[in-house]
Each structure stands twice: as C-alpha cells, then as structure tokens.
Design a protein around this ligand. Sequence first.
Ligand code: PMP
Length: 355
Amino acid sequence: MSRFWSELVGALTPYTPGEQPLIEQLVKLNTNENPYPPSPAVLDAIRGQTGASLRLYPDPEASSLKAAIATVFGLDAASVFVGNGSDEVLAHTFCALLKHERPILFPDVTYSFYPVYCGLYGVAYRNVPLDETLSINPENYAADNGGIIFPNPNAPTGRLLPLAAVRRILDLNPDSVVVVDEAYIDFGGESAAKLVPDYPNLLVIQTLSKSRSLAGLRVGFALGQPHLIEGLERVKNSFNSYPLGRLAIAGAVAAIEDEAYFERIRRAVIASRELLIAGLASLGFEVLPSAANFVFARHPERRGGELAAALRARRVLVRHFRLPRIEDYLRITVGTDEQCDTLLQALAAILAIPA
Ligand code: PMP
C-alpha cells in the first residue's frame, strides 16, 4: 500500500480549483463564471424531461447536441466531440492526441490544468515563455515537438492571439496536433473553428461554461477533422460511454440554439469588461488588454497576494496565483456592473490605507 501510494498516487499533482464558497453574500469574481443566468429555453428544456426518459440511459453519442453544434459552426457532426465540461474534453485530448514520446509545448503562463494532465498521462512537456508583454509569440513554437496546446484568449492573462498568428503556429507545425483551447473566445476573439476544414492537425475546444452561462451543467466540445474526433471517441468509450446525462444534453441543445440570448449576454459582459478596465486604470492598476470575461491586472505599489486577501476580508473573491512572473497580478472575473462597482469601491478603500 505505501509503495503504491508513493509511486503512483503520491506522484500526482492535481489541479486546485478556484474556491467555490458555500456561503452566499460574496461578490464572486474568482472562477470566470458568467454573472447572468443561462437562456430561459435551457430551463424549459430541462423541465421538459420526464421520469420516463430519465429512467433510460442517455444517447451515448449525444447526437442531438453534436448536430446543434455542427450547425452553428458549419461542420459535419463527425467533426464534433462532446464531453462533461471542456476539462474532460481536454483530459481525453491529452490521452488520445498529445501523448507522445517528444515533449509537447505550451506557454509558461497558461491554464494550470495542462501540467496536471501531463502528470496523469505521463506526457513530457516543455514550457514556452510568453514574451515581455505576456503574449504568445508564434515564432517560438517552431521547435521539434509532440504537439502544441494553448488557450486563446490565454488564461489567466486574457490576451488574444489573432487568427493569423494561430494559422502561423499551424503552418509551422504540419506534423503536430495543435490544440486551441477557446474557453473564452466568445468574449472578443475570432474562433479557429473556421480553419478546421483546412488543417487536419487542428483541434478547437470550447465550453458552454462561460459565454452560455452553464458552468453548472458541465458541457464542453471539440471541433476537428473526423480522424481526430475518432481518437477522442475511442478514449471516451474506454472510459465512460455516457459522459453527458439527459438533462445536460437537453439543456445544452437549447443553449446552443438560442443565438439571440447568447449575443445579448456576450455583449453585456464585453461592455462591463470595458467599464471594469477603465475603473481599475483610474485606481492606478496596469491592466492587460482582455478578450475574455476576466481581466488581469496589477498595482505598481501593492503585492497581488495582499490585495486578494484584503478583498476577501471585504467579501470580494478574486483569483491570485502564487506563480513566477505573475505573482503580483489579480485575475478578476467580469461581473455585473453592480458587482464590478463593489469590487472597485473595495479596492479604492484598500488602496487608501497605506501599504
Ligand atoms: N480551459 C480554460 C483555459 C479554462 O480557464 C477553463 C475553466 N477553468 C476550462 C478550459 C474548463 O472549463 P469547463 O470544464 O468548465 O468547460
């Protein structure tokens, strides 16, 4: 038992999720959830499920959801994979497409789940440093590699890589699978999904957790040419034939189909983000340009960890990472305008107290 523990389980370094407090009355700007509820059509679709239907297993292919997603992106259903949140889609991607004898590449400042999947599946990796503006430079992705993954916009920086730069990484790496994790793309970026027909090595991953306000339903998906999707299906079917339950499938289809609601919420979050950036700048923060539903900011005279703790004492949660290069930054989710005002007022009060 002790050998098992130390050699297998003890060697894993799991991802630490952002805090999900059980008490209410907090301004929760720490895990990039959408401040608005999902489309009312989602709740109607979930309520429309019956006891007779829930008695039965769901469709293992989630065909209705794949068809709805395929329609939005102008692809065939054979180019769509769905899973239990994009975290699960990512996990299957590391196992099916990125497990390689040569190291895979991802940025040194990025989604902290990537090294966790590498640890779990025994994937070697090499971090590619962001440039001095904390941006991805496509020319740094030319080295021999076993695959490439990066979020676009990157997390936690919020910085966007223009589609031409994504294309450059693909062109530099025709023999590697290139995975673009687009969890936040709907808040200001151009999706690489339109490149799928041209690039047999491209996999695009998206989620319903952010722009569709469905973090609680756990639905994510991948878009790629059928041979890549087939790889993901094989791993999924070796693991869990039914990753999505009937409630998740019904709710997700309704969310994908309600384009008008999606547009409205997306625009509201983008407008609030611009107000938040202006408010932080007026308090003296340096704020990176953001194409996401969060901003990444630091104050030239204050430590990030201290600001996060002081905000917490005022019942405002933001995310702080104790990591090299970014330890003075706060990652702040865009809330409603009212939530953003509460945050800005709390920060103004904290900054008025001498450090
Ligand atoms: N990718 C990135 C870059 C993220 O920040 C997140 C959210 N933490 C995810 C994927 C996973 O999101 P979900 O599992 O909710 O789809």
